[in-house]
Design a protein around this ligand. Structure first.
Ligand code: PHE
Length: 467
């Protein structure tokens, strides 16, 4: 590769791109429903503490490593560790993890794209039919939609950092905020909406159990796109003069604000469009909510605003989720692409071509995991259950490895790269950070309780999931 490293053109561009990564399916559906079912306001409070006290310092560590090394995650670990072989493993993990998460996130984005298409062109009755989702994910149409999503990701990423990722974020993120606000205003002005707001916000501290705490922290970690090499990679595209602590704070605030606001759309919609909703029916999985539950809710809306109105609301909703998913997918796929470019010196187009092909092939294997092909459907079994190819990728890379990667980056910056080097790098461009209380907190927490907590979550998950 020749020439200077690509960079984001502006601070706003960087923040919108990083927030675009952070705001995803998890924020729009997973968070609101999880919060409402697991203690309402009590969950929100705990989640906010986790975001700022545990996840934000990890985000600072990731961004600073990338910005200082000006390399992909593997190159960053190598450079800052002085090429220590042990740390190579951490480097490899932080490019393999995002690649594999990209595979399953691609499939989910493909389903969303398909539902968006069906909501715009087709029939709400069909989407609301309980058999539709099962048939949809096993229909050959999936591959057509996959080609569509892959083309969008390719088009954005081939433009590079400034003309591709940043331009897309500057267009998609403000549109996402506007659509979310429109939907919230519409929903909150409907009858019975307040029942949903109450269900979402009234605190119930008795629901806060050990597993809810574990889940809230995992959700916060995933939601801020940590442990996936993304913030290292995006950090490598910012200039030394940029204020990392401030930008990271803004990304965390935006992500949390979108998750919170999404709750003011989803729960009131459920209770107002379909007043007979039984809260016990709300599923724990985002997938179940997006593809089977919410279409029924949109259909119920037709009794008050007519079929066309209900279709417009449903289409707007799926477009919102699609925008959120595509900016996340772009960010996660950029990690291996950047690594191939940096480590092997290949051009962006070539890296995108090679990895894109691999991504789509593995994505097809995942898409064939739901009954299409036995080999992928009954791929293996553990903990007494049969697992598909999709399940394995989801369990291993999304559910298990993320906290391990978080643990490794904390230990790396404080004990390998060394605390003073990390702090010095962090000070560049951040005059107000130096000597602040926040600096003292980050400095202490990253070397002590944050890695311990992440390690405990990792070990706990391994024990519960596989044995
Ligand atoms: N933060 C994203 C979300 O909430 C997580 C994610 C980022 C997933 C990037 C995949 C890729 O959905």
């Amino acid at each position: 590769m020749s020439g200077a490293r690509e960079q984001f053109g502006s601070r706003l561009g960087f923040i919108l791109a990083a927030a675009g990564s952070a705001v995803g399916i998890g924020n729009l559906v997973g968070f609101p429903v999880g919060a409402a079912k697991n203690g309402g306001g009590a969950f929100l409070l705990m989640y906010a503490i986790f975001v700022f006290a545990i996840c934000l310092p990890v985000m600072l560590a990731e961004m600073t490593v990338g910005r200082h090394a000006q390399k992909d995650p593997l190159g960053s670990y190598n450079q800052l560790s002085g090429n220590k072989p042990g740390w190579k493993i951490a480097g490899w993990l932080s490019i393999l993890t995002p690649f594999m998460i990209a595979v399953f996130y691609l499939v989910i984005t493909v389903w969303i794209f398909g539902y968006l298409f069906e909501a715009v062109t087709g029939d709400l009755d069909v989407l609301a039919n309980p058999d539709t989702f099962g048939n949809f994910i096993n229909s050959p149409k999936i591959f057509l939609y996959m080609a569509g999503v892959a083309a969008v990701v390719y088009l954005i990423l081939q433009g590079g950092v400034k003309e591709g990722i940043e331009k897309a974020a500057k267009l998609l993120m403000p549109s996402l905020f506007i659509m979310l606000l429109l939907l919230v205003i519409f929903v909150l002005t409907r009858d019975n909406a307040m029942a949903g707001v109450e269900f979402y916000l009234i605190p119930d501290f008795s629901k806060i159990t050990a597993s809810v705490i574990n889940g809230a922290l995992a959700q916060a970690f995933f939601s801020l796109s940590l442990g996936m090499g993304i913030m290292i990679t995006y950090g490598s595209y910012i200039a030394k003069e940029a204020d990392v602590p401030n930008s990271a704070k803004l990304v965390a605030i935006t992500d949390t604000a979108v998750a919170f606001t999404a709750g003011l759309m989803i729960l009131p919609a459920i209770f107002s469009f379909n007043p007979d909703t039984n809260p016990a029916e709300l599923s724990d999985s985002s997938i179940g909510m997006i593809f089977t539950f919410l279409p029924k809710i949109f259909l119920a809306l037709q009794t008050s605003i007519g079929y066309l109105g209900a279709s417009i609301v449903a289409s707007l909703f799926f477009l919102l989720v699609f925008f959120a998913a595509i900016t996340s997918l772009v960010s996660i796929f950029e990690v291996p692409v950047a690594a191939l470019m940096d480590e092997k010196g290949v051009s962006r187009k070539k890296a995108l071509g090679i990895l894109g092909l691999l991504l789509v092939i593995l994505g097809c294997f995942c898409a064939l995991s739901f009954g299409f092909v036995d080999f992928f459907t009954s791929f293996t079994s553990y903990a007494g259950a049969e697992k598909s190819f999709f399940d394995v990728i989801y369990d291993v890379f999304y559910d298990t490895i993320l906290p391990l990667n978080g643990f490794l980056i904390c230990i790396f910056v404080i004990y390998r790269w060394k605390r003073h080097n990390f702090n010095e790098a962090l000070h560049e461009g951040a005059p107000n950070y130096k000597g602040s209380l926040f600096e003292r907190y980050v400095d202490i927490s990253l070397g002590t309780f944050i890695p311990v907590i992440l390690l405990v979550i990792f070990i706990n998950t391994v024990c519960l999931k596989y044995f």
